[in-house]
Write a protein that binds this ligand. Structure first.
Ligand code: HEM
Length: 146
């Protein structure tokens, strides 16, 4: 169960990243070229938000069973425990909130250019936070690429 969840959560990062990157570039290009906001644009943003929420559910489940999470004060002295208990979880929650606000603001905006603008701003911010918060293998946290 723990191994399966870790692999699913680790591999699913690529889906979240891919959708976020495509959504950011598409929003920027279509915003700058005054293109119409289509059903396909809405679906891309929606799937990006859904993927982020799936990752949130997997991450929350891991938070309660992972040996890399500890809610004791001493955990803050251990770099791996501190990273997963505090840094990773807080940064990723922030990124998912940004994606959710971006999707909602984009959906509610009345003009097409505004829809692309909100999606671009919030998704770009979320992408930066996700890239900082991912435990990349080169960060020495005992993680892999998948
Ligand atoms: C976009 C959102 C997220 C991404 C891209 C992401 C990505 C990752 C990656 C790549 C790992 C390393 C897995 C490995 O190779 O061992 C990981 C681990 C972990 N994540 Fe996330 N995560 C996200 C959100 C969250 C959230 C919101 C939480 C908790 C509230 C969370 C909790 C954890 C925990 C506890 C681990 C450690 C699992 C272990 O024991 O190895 N993650 N995450």
């Amino acid at each position: 169960m723990y191994n399966g969840l870790t692999h699913a959560h680790s591999g699913f990062r690529w889906i979240v990243l891919l959708l976020l990157v495509i959504a950011v570039f598409k929003a920027l290009i279509k915003w700058r070229s005054n293109a119409p906001y289509t059903e396909g644009d809405r679906k891309l943003n929606l799937f990006t938000m859904i993927a982020a929420h799936v990752q949130l559910i997997l991450g929350l489940a891991l938070f309660f069973i992972s040996p890399k999470v500890s809610l004791t004060g001493a955990a803050m002295k251990d770099p791996i425990l501190r990273f997963f208990t505090a840094e990773h979880s807080v940064l990723m929650l922030l990124a998912i909130v940004l994606i959710t606000i971006g999707y909602s603001r984009s959906k509610k905006a009345l003009e097409d250019a505004q829809k692309f603008r909100w999606a671009f701003i919030y998704f770009l911010l979320a992408l930066v936070v996700v890239l900082i918060g991912i435990p990349w293998p080169f960060r020495g946290l005992g993680t892999g690429w998948f």
